[in-house]
Design a protein around this ligand. Sequence first.
Ligand SMILES: [Cu+2]
Length: 267
Amino acid sequence: MRWFWLTFFTVCPIVAVAFCVIAPGMDWWFPSEAGSPLGERIDSLFHLILYIVTGTFIGTQIAMVYVLWKSSKKDDTRAWFSHGSHNLEVIWTIVPAGILLFIALYQMDVWAEFRVVSQFPKEARKAPVAEVMARQFEWRIRYPEPGRILQIQPQPTDLYAVNEILVPAAKPVMIYLKTQDVQHSFFLPELRVKQDAVPGQIIPVWFEATKPGEYTLVCAELCGWGHYKMGARVVALAEEQFEAAMEELAEQQSDDGFADAGDSDDE
Ligand SMILES: [Cu+2]
């Protein structure tokens, strides 16, 4: 039995570390490379924590193997009982507390930039791109008319879309997140953004898609029977394309359906 437990507790950390090493190559990792500059910083925080946890895991496994090995020696010494070591307890309280304090202080800048409105990039704060209203079971988007600033109260000239948020790429953008009914969660996995939509609140959220492309938007809060239907997307377009797309949307939505009939009367 002695050899079994020794081998078992030695093999565990080796297998765990091997999994960590091969995980990125097997796609058992983050859903993709971070698609935003803040996302890269969030990933590096995750990595740092992963290294600390891996080191702690290996350390505790080694200590356990040592204790198993030492206490299983076949000699005639009688078992003895200990009520603990004051010094050891002080050490293993202070060391984790120090590590946690370090992580808390080290991540403060990223947290502030992500969540504290006064720390958002100025560019994003002064011109919110859209209001995103979560509801059972879709995302409703309200844009200001091109050339106007988004108002908290809906305006007659506003433009609307469902389940597709257009944003300019390579530029920080801000949205106002709301919910019409229950709590939902606005989750952009590739951009590392997750924010709850809370009834009665208007929550500013900012992100920056480094490259033009499509990014997944899902609801990450079980919000009812149709929760699974809240799959949508953020489409990041180059600046000129974004402006053209908004102009096109404005044109489509200002069409009253009579323009063509009027033209044919003139003929
Ligand atoms: Cu939802």
